[in-house]
Design a protein around this ligand. Structure first.
Ligand code: SF4
Length: 472
């Protein structure tokens, strides 16, 4: 995005504060554009005026150009499961945020038997990992043509499409690709890949079927020249694959190519390479060794390029030791550093508590909250959990920073009505908030007990300390 402040965007808007966009003022709409939560075309008066007035048409087009991301955005798939890739504006997450986490595609190949294809597809579709309040899922299936038989590839592509996940179709043979596209082009798969040898046929396929296309070459000049040719011919959705090599100098070279592509795309004036980048951890299966070793290297490659700058990835191994570190790292790299991950403050009932059960308090930092909640639930502890709004900060930081205070605890007790739900006034605070014990007692009139530093030890702590002896 070439504009960085709401004021720069504001100049292009009608400045009437009409509210039709859902925001009270043009300036707040401008702030949302910078935040990428709305687009210039979400301002109805601007769009309407652009239809009849050349001056506004120019303004709208200029604003679209100035606010479009540095790296082009590409959509793979259709409907709710479609994934957006690319669309990034910065090289480093802390400069703004990263926007589109790289979707993970897992391969099936058309010489597998039907049961094996079903087994792999089901694993992809059914994968769910609960993490910090979200279910992490896997995004897509990459169908490889290993038969070199157009009809075989067509039928397997059709079968896989029935699982409803976005697809990558993989074949260097234009005839095989055409057969599969005749069957599933309406699902908007990404086709893989145009190379120096087959690019004319793949250009034709991308245009004819209106699908995104991957360009593949280790030579960045070749990649750039292909990208320019495809763009000039009218292909809008392009993905670049600078070829992933799994080990040694090959891996170093891959890293350098990926970084150079992204740096040029974002910092340089060369928009011919400002497209999403594909990295293929599946290349680890070229490494000597057993399946566990290959899966290990797959996770290593994935980790490297989740951090720098893969926009889409293809994997083979569906075992947790490859998938779990990759999805968790991706989750964390792609959280928005401007907004701490947080949950709603308030009162939670854990395991249907009664009036005699303990009252705990924690913060609304999602990682803290879910750790405490899970430690209480999984240990079958009945209790009431007060969740304090600490602006998404953890216990230690919020106590030091003044977001976890006795006055706020008092307010929370009143707002949640906890006093009417229990027959005692005993509050267990986290060990890391011990220094607030006296202040909370003074402010609330409750007896405050300092729990363990680690919520995993609450069960043992309760066995020794609950019910508490009266402090009076
Ligand atoms: S709809 Fe357009 S003109 Fe109206 S307030 Fe929003 S940005 Fe301003």
């Amino acid at each position: 995005m070439k504009v960085k402040s709401p004021l720069e965007v504001y100049k292009f808007l009608p400045q009437t504060n009409c509210g039709e966009c859902g925001y009270d003022t043009c300036m707040s709409f401008a702030a949302q554009i910078i935040d990428r939560s709305v687009k210039p075309t979400d301002c109805p008066p601007l769009v309407e005026k652009a239809k009849t007035d050349k001056k506004f048409e120019k303004k709208l087009n200029e604003l679209i150009e100035l606010t479009s991301p540095e790296v082009a955005e590409v959509v793979i798939g259709t409907g709710e499961s479609a994934v957006k890739i690319g669309g990034e504006d910065v090289l480093h997450r802390h400069e703004l945020t990263f926007f589109n986490p790289p979707p993970f595609f897992f391969d099936v190949w058309d010489t597998l038997d039907e049961a094996q294809i079903d087994e792999r597809c089901k694993k992809v579709v059914e994968y769910r990992k609960f993490y910090v309040g979200d279910y992490i899922t896997l995004e897509g299936i990459a169908v490889r043509c290993t038969s070199n038989d157009p009809e075989k590839f067509r039928s397997v592509a059709k079968k896989v499409s029935e699982y409803g996940k976005p697809m990558i179709l993989i074949s260097l043979n234009p005839e095989c690709m055409r057969a599969a596209l005749e069957e599933v082009a309406d699902k908007k798969p990404l086709i893989y890949a145009a190379t120096e040898d087959n690019w004319k046929d793949f250009l034709q396929l991308a245009l004819e079927f209106n699908v995104p296309v991957t360009l593949r070459s280790k030579n960045l000049d070749t990649l750039k020249s292909m990208a320019k040719t495809f763009k000039d011919a009218g292909v809008k959705e392009i993905v670049l694959d600078p070829v992933t090599e799994p080990l040694g100098d090959g891996l170093r070279g891959t890293f350098e190519r990926v970084v150079q592509l992204r740096r040029t795309g974002i910092l340089g004036e060369d928009k011919d390479v400002a497209y999403p980048i594909m990295v293929t951890p599946i290349a680890a299966w070229l490494v000597e060794g057993d399946e566990v070793t290959k899966g290990y290297w797959e996770a290593v490659i994935a980790g490297t390029f989740i951090v720098k700058y893969a926009d889409i990835m293809i994997f083979r191994n569906l075992e947790q030791y490859t998938v779990m570190p990759s999805v968790i790292l991706r989750y964390n790299i792609y959280t928005d550093p401007r907004t701490p991950v947080q949950v709603e403050p308030g009162l939670r009932e854990i395991n249907s508590p009664g009036p005699e059960d303990p009252v705990f308090i924690t913060t609304n930092f999602a990682l803290t909250y879910y750790t405490v909640e899970s430690d209480l639930s999984s240990n079958n502890i009945k209790g009431w959990l007060l969740v304090l709004d600490t602006e998404g900060l953890g216990v230690e930081v919020s106590v030091a920073g003044g977001q976890f205070t006795a006055a706020k605890v008092k307010d929370l007790i009143q707002q949640t009505g906890i006093e009417q739900k229990v027959n005692h006034k005993n509050l267990v605070i986290p060990g890391l908030a011990a220094r607030l014990q006296g202040a909370i007692e003074d402010e609330t009139g409750w007896s405050v007990f300092v729990g363990p530093m680690d919520s995993g030890r609450i069960k043992g702590w309760l066995e020794k300390n609950w019910p508490p002896e009266s402090k009076e």
